[in-house]
Design a protein around this ligand. Structure first.
Ligand code: GBH
Length: 489
């Protein structure tokens, strides 16, 4: 009773949903089981093992392909309202194309979906979380305009198989990583470095692919199943280093968030005008006959505009923005340490605590400011927070710092809802289980549950943060009673 009273004042609105998330390549393993096709991450880790910390790879990962019952069980123990996972495109369609659907791939996701539903957990599917069939990559991947058809065909297969039971769909996870990080850095899959050019081809075709997949659902499936489809952006809150950089910072927001938002969520659609202008001018100065940012036709603008049922984003961290100094080289990590196109450099505030991941400092108020900016810039939309969580390292069940991270971010989200009137309706903790953290391998951990990677069964053990999150869900509040009152997991 006392707990209920204490948390009464800080409750999330009724109907607000709490979930957790994973991604296929990070958890499934079984990389060559049955007829699964090879994807871009399989190719990277096998052809260039040194690209990954400790030469780790996702060949086995959490072995969720075999251990999905464990994942369902812990999701249910936590009381999750929904579980976000992704489909491995090449597991479902071994050729990348819909000429052949894998029987085992199809059944794997059927089992997972039915297992979740039996426990009253809504499945939320990401169609693309970075593991492109290698065959399609060999044909240019996201820089080939035909990706629009390939992705749409794959989406239709997934909807046809699962939309009767799955009411939430995310087309693409973090386009800014898929396009800008990939082609500007060349250090993740596919390892192709073509900064300032290939990334923009990717951006255009990715937006068209998303739009086509959204329209297929809207036309062919929504009337029957009434689900929701959207894309999810990786957003970093950008704050001016000092007042003189207000305009530069706003431009950078329109670059990092705007290239993937303006075309979808504004009345006019198309590229954010100020960014389109800057890239066109830069291109001209550099001797290109046309902008490196490919133009849209009016038909394409209309095709992409309005293709959303919610605004989805993932949030971890913030940056301070200033003008790059003369001769300053912006790092190879263009999205997070600098942006050559705008001559913007990024720094962090000394008061933001550094985490165990080298791109990640903690600034909880950033998420409230981000939400406010989205509402101001794109209007009042339903917003899903689709990832948020803390990086730690080493095996450690007593993760007080992760509890604090979750608590402080939930508080800021609650303030955004109650004080700023932002319509956030879902929160997603990244991640359910420790997993393959891309180029950091298993050295960085984000899990509510610790996974024993020495154990062939990949045993999952709840951390203190799992107990905290369970209590958050049970009380619908971030200020849960002190930890001695947590239910045992
Ligand atoms: C999210 O991206 C991802 O959606 C999720 O899969 C990931 O596990 C989670 O963050 C935690 O990192 O990509 O390792 O080569 C967040 C944004 C963080 C993407 C840093 C790119 C650069 C290094 N990103 N990252 S890596």
């Amino acid at each position: 009773l006392i707990c209920a009273d204490l948390s009464d004042g800080v409750k999330f609105p009724p109907g607000f949903l709490f979930g957790s998330a994973t991604a296929s390549y990070q958890v499934e393993g079984a990389w060559n089981v049955s007829d699964k096709g090879e994807n871009t991450w399989d190719r990277l880790v096998h052809s260039n093992p040194d690209a990954i910390k400790n030469r780790d790879n996702g060949d086995v990962a959490c072995d969720s392909y075999h251990n999905w019952r464990d994942d369902v069980k812990i999701a249910s123990d936590l009381g999750l309202h929904f579980y976000r996972f992704s489909i491995s495109w090449a597991r479902l369609l071994p050729t990348g194309l819909p000429d052949r659907i894998s029987e085992d791939g199809k059944n794997y996701y059927n089992n997972l979906i039915d297992g979740l539903l039996e426990k009253g957990i809504q499945p939320l599917i990401t169609l693309y979380h970075w593991d492109l069939p290698q065959r399609l990559q060999d044909l240019g991947g996201w820089t080939n305009p035909l990706i629009v058809e390939w992705f749409a065909d794959y989406a239709r297969v997934a909807y046809t198989l699962y939309a009767d039971r799955v009411k939430g769909w995310i087309t693409i996870n973090e386009p800014v990583i898929v396009c800008d990080f990939v082609y500007n850095s060349g250090i993740i899959a596919p390892p192709i470095k073509d900064p300032g050019f290939a990334n923009y081809l990717c951006t255009k075709f990715l937006l068209l692919a998303h739009a086509k997949a959204w329209r297929i659902y809207d036309k062919e499936f929504k009337p029957k199943y009434n689900g929701k489809v959207g894309i999810t952006n990786h957003l970093i809150w950008m704050e001016p280093f000092s007042n003189e950089y207000e305009e530069l910072t706003e431009n950078l927001r329109h670059y990092l968030a705007g290239l993937y938002s303006h075309p979808i969520y504004t009345k006019d659609g198309g590229w954010p005008p100020e960014i389109e202008k800057i890239i066109a001018e830069n291109s001209k100065r550099q001797g290109y006959p046309r902008s490196r940012l490919p133009a849209f036709t009016q038909e394409e603008i209309d095709f992409i505009k309005g293709t959303y049922d919610f605004y989805g984003f993932n949030f971890y961290t913030s940056r301070l923005v200033r003008k790059a100094r003369d001769g300053e080289t912006l790092s190879n990590w263009p999205l997070e340490n600098g942006c050559p196109e705008l001559s913007a450099a990024m720094e962090v505030h000394p008061s933001w605590k550094k985490t165990e991941s080298d791109w990640f400092w903690i600034n909880p108020v950033g998420i409230r400011k981000m939400l406010g900016w989205l509402k101001k810039t794109y209007g009042d939309m339903e917003i899903f927070i689709l990832e948020n969580g803390l990086a730690t390292k080493d095996y450690n069940l007593n993760d007080e710092d992760r509890i604090k991270y979750y608590r402080d971010h939930l508080e800021q989200i609650w303030l955004a809802i109650t004080e700023d009137g932002v319509n956030v309706t879902r929160y997603t903790a990244w991640t359910l289980v420790d997993n393959f953290e891309w180029i950091f391998g298993y050295s960085v951990k984000f899990g509510l549950y610790e996974v024993d990677f020495e154990d062939p069964k990949r045993k999952r053990t709840p951390r203190a943060s799992a107990k905290y999150y369970k209590e958050v869900i049970r009380t619908h509040s971030f200020d849960v009673a002190n930890k001695n009152n947590y239910d045992e997991l």
